[in-house]
Structure formats: structure tokens, C-alpha cells
Design a protein around this ligand. Structure first.
Ligand SMILES: Nc1ncnc2c1ncn2[C@@H]1O[C@H](COP(=O)(O)OP(=O)(O)OP(=O)(O)O)[C@@H](O)[C@H]1O
Ligand SMILES: [Mg+2]
Length: 303
């Protein structure tokens, strides 16, 4: 892993989430709500925000529990919440388990309620969902759940925010300024404007997508550094070269491209061979890969 690659993702400072942090930290401090549900698309930063809240809670001296719901754990009743009860407290049937957890959590609640984070709560098994619902109803603990927007969510979890026990917090795409700052954290301040625009469009405010685009670009050298300035190889192409490349990458032969752009076949081939050099490819078949994700900002017809 290169130095630039290691500056991606978990190494980034938390950006663009001031409102959400403020909402949760003030609810935590005042006890105004029983917690929040962070709802967002895949990669939008739900786990990161929940981690930041947990860190804040630890700094303020609270007990915390970090639970992760997974498909594997969901095959077991209380699979995701087993660790809420110490192993030496046996509870062989569901009610005994729920009672045991409630008692244990109440004991932890002095002087402040513990913070319980459940990452990917849309994957909770039914028994765990019912248990979490009980904790929310009784206001035992400050609950922070993360839920992936596109996934089905158990009823007991939806009820947590529909019935007003927890605050729903929608994670929107990060603002462009935050994305620019993250790009600069990874590549430095000197990034060519078109490349920055390409990365902005590829990421669409999603920090996971941005991190993946940067790592991919660095690994397969579609992001290159010339002097002090980072550019995507694709951004080195002229407008005409881009048009020709996109049409060639979509499988059109030179003759058809020439007809479409009202150029000679020879000119089309000249554009292509110059573009191959800039993109570091030697065949049409590799064009698509070299262009992949690089041209979301342009139309193949150049219009
Ligand atoms: N607001 C932010 N500022 C800076 N980096 C962030 C921010 N949000 C997330 N990240 C980083 O982006 C990456 C993806 O975030 P995270 O894993 O929290 O997303 P997620 O919504 O939980 O994704 P998944 O759908 O895979 O569970 C992580 O490396 C994280 O540190
Ligand atoms: Mg996550």
C-alpha cells in the first residue's frame, strides 16, 4: 500500500456531519431522546458516524456496547445481542434473556445510561429486534442504530423511529467541499480541476465510493502524478480524443466513428493512437477499462 492509499477512508477526518453529530451529542448530553437511527445508502458513512458517537460517549465516561448485526448472526435467536449479557449469567429461554439484559443494563446505567450501538440493524434477528425494542421503550441506554437505506428492515426496528422512540437521522451525500477536502487529504492540494470534477461525479458525495475510486486510480495508475500535480490519465485527453475514445470503447469501428463525427478514418485513428499513449493502453479492448468511471461528466457525442 502506498502512502497516498493509506490516507484513504478510516484515516480521513470526519467531515460534513456537524449537524448529525450535534443532534446526537446533544441528545446524549440532555437525554432529550433515547438515541438515533442513522439511515443511509451503502457507504454513506453510517458506521463511521456511529463510531464517532461511541468515541464521544467513551470520552465522557459512559459505558458503551458495540454490536454488529450480520446475516450469519441472524440465524441464531439473539445472535446479534448475545454479548449484552455476560456469559456467566445463564439465560436459557428468551424471556429470561431479555430480563437478564434489562437488569444488567440497568445496573450499568449509573451514573449515566450506557450507549449501545447496533451497526447494520436492518440485519437484526427477530429476537434481538424485540429486545432492542424493549430497551427503547423503557429508555434503558442511549441507542444508536445504523440502517442501510435499500434493505428491508424488521418491523420492530422501524417502529423505533416511527413511534418516536429514536430520532431518525438521514445521512445525505457529503457536500462537494467535504469531498474536495478528502481528495486533498489523499492526493494533496494539487489535483487538476477536471480530475477533481471526475472524482466528485464518481463519488456523488459517498465517502466509500470516493475512497474506492482513489484506491483504484492509484493501484491501476489511472491517477498519475506529473510534477506536483495529480491528474487522471483520461483528463489528459483533448475533447476530440475523448469523443473518439468513448465511441471506440462502446465498440464502434473507426469508419462509423469517422462518419458520425464527420472526420476521415485516418484522423480518427490518429486521435486513437495519441489517446492510447496518454491512457497507457495498446488495444481498443482495453479502452473501456481505462475510461471506466473517468468520463461521467461528458457526453460521448461531445454535446
Ligand atoms: N463524514 C465522513 N468524513 C470522512 N470520512 C468518512 C465519512 N463518512 C465515512 N467516511 C469514511 O468512508 C468509509 C466508508 O464509511 P462507512 O464504512 O462508515 O460507511 P457505511 O455507510 O457504514 O458503509 P456500508 O454500507 O459498507 O456499511 C470509511 O473509510 C469511513 O471512515
Ligand atoms: Mg457500515
Amino acid at each position: 500500500m502506498t502512502r497516498a492509499e493509506s490516507q484513504v477512508g478510516s484515516d480521513w477526518p470526519l467531515l460534513g456531519r456537524d449537524r448529525e453529530m450535534e443532534l446526537l451529542t446533544s441528545a446524549l448530553a440532555t437525554g432529550a431522546s433515547g438515541g438515533g437511527v442513522l439511515i443511509g445508502a451503502a457507504g454513506m458513512g453510517r458506521t463511521r458516524l456511529a463510531r464517532e458517537i461511541t468515541a464521544t460517549a467513551i470520552r465522557s465516561g459512559r459505558a458503551t456496547q458495540w454490536l454488529v448485526a450480520t446475516r450469519a448472526a441472524a440465524s441464531l435467536p439473539f445472535g446479534a445481542t448475545l454479548s449484552l449479557l455476560p456469559l456467566d449469567e445463564p439465560a436459557t429461554e428468551p424471556f429470561a434473556f431479555i430480563r437478564g439484559v434489562i437488569r444488567h443494563m440497568e445496573a450499568l446505567a449509573r451514573p449515566y445510561p450506557p450507549v449501545v450501538c447496533i451497526d447494520d440493524a436492518h440485519l437484526l434477528d427477530d429476537a434481538s429486534a424485540a429486545l432492542i425494542h424493549q430497551l427503547a421503550l423503557r429508555r434503558i441506554g442511549f441507542l444508536v442504530l445504523t440502517v442501510r437505506r435499500e434493505e428491508p428492515v424488521p418491523d420492530a426496528v422501524v417502529a423505533l423511529w416511527k413511534d418516536g422512540h429514536l430520532e431518525p437521522i438521514e445521512l445525505k451525500p457529503l457536500p462537494p467541499e467535504a469531498v474536495d477536502t478528502l481528495i486533498a487529504r489523499t492526493l494533496g492540494r494539487q489535483v487538476d480541476a477536471l480530475t477533481r470534477a471526475e472524482l466528485q461525479v464518481t463519488a456523488a458525495g459517498n465517502p466509500l465510493a470516493l475512497g474506492q475510486a482513489l484506491v483504484k486510480g492509484l493501484r491501476d495508475s489511472t491517477l498519475v502524478r506529473r510534477g506536483q500535480v495529480w491528474s487522471s490519465r483520461a483528463s489528459l485527453l483533448t475533447g476530440r480524443e475523448r469523443q473518439v475514445c468513448l465511441l471506440a470503447a462502446s465498440g464502434l469501428p473507426s469508419q462509423v466513428i469517422a462518419d458520425r463525427l464527420v472526420l476521415s478514418v485516418r484522423t480518427v485513428n490518429n486521435h486513437l493512437s495519441r489517446a492510447y499513449g496518454k491512457l497507457g493502453v495498446s488495444r481498443r479492448a482495453d479502452l473501456m477499462k481505462a475510461l471506466n468511471g473517468s468520463f461521467p461528466v461528458m457526453d460521448p457525442t461531445g454535446r
